[in-house]
Design a protein around this ligand. Sequence first.
Ligand code: NAP
Length: 249
Amino acid sequence: MNKNLHVVITGASSGIGETTARAFVAAGHRVVLAARRSELLEPLAKELDPTGTRVLVVPCDVRQPSQLEALIQTAKGKFGAVQVLINNAGVGTDENAWWDAPVDTIDRVLETNLTAPMYLSRLVLPEMLAAKHGHIINIGSVAGQIAVSSLYSASKFALRGFSLSLRRELSGTGVHVSLVSPGYIRTPMTQEAQGRGFPMAKPELVAEAMLGLLERPRAEVIVPWWYGMLIGLERLLPALGDTIVKQRT
Ligand SMILES: NC(=O)c1ccc[n+]([C@@H]2O[C@H](COP(=O)([O-])OP(=O)(O)OC[C@H]3O[C@@H](n4cnc5c(N)ncnc54)[C@H](OP(=O)(O)O)[C@@H]3O)[C@@H](O)[C@H]2O)c1
């Protein structure tokens, strides 16, 4: 079993990222926690690693390329070359139509959900390729397979295309690329939908899927698995999807 890997997790201050950090530290890995809210990252790091030898906090806004460079440099300074990159930081869109929101909403969603994973992959890939070892895990969404919310789905469909293609481009190099596509998960991002009674899986399920990928790399994992049936149904009967999405909104 893989142990003691150097893992960088973006969006580690909350939800899936925080839960993943807990799971990866418990599994014996060295973990770098990145997000903007250092006031959440610092206590998490202290709790997970009171000695400060296995967990590092690097406050970072993933929309700022210079901060992404600083993140990777700082991570390498502490733990050496990055072996696992988890591109988890992401933002949703609120209930209002994005065309009524300020125009920079488009940049905010695309830069966070798509551009940042591309920049970070670019920063870690040369050393992973030289070592013939590494794993990039991108957190997509079922909304990257079923069109539900135009701006958010655009970012996640594109991230899916990036992830699946990069995996093929790197085939045989020893560097793996995986996409984890969660359905509804109980995190702060889905608070409003939780209030409306939507059934939601726990973020631990997503973290377990990522640990599983280190042992058995795969192109894409859908969590929980049964969302795969919805995706199949959407392909077969898109008109049914139109009706369901219309009722939901
Ligand atoms: N929850 C779901 O149902 C669900 C379903 C499918 C996919 N996902 C995906 O799962 C990922 C995690 O979402 P979550 O549900 O755990 O949501 P969350 O609890 O809101 O967490 C989002 C994380 O992203 C970070 N983040 C956002 N903008 C950032 C920025 N500019 N720079 C650095 N970090 C930033 C946040 O940290 P700071 O605010 O501290 O920066 C936070 O740690 C996202 O990519 C999301 O699209 C979630």
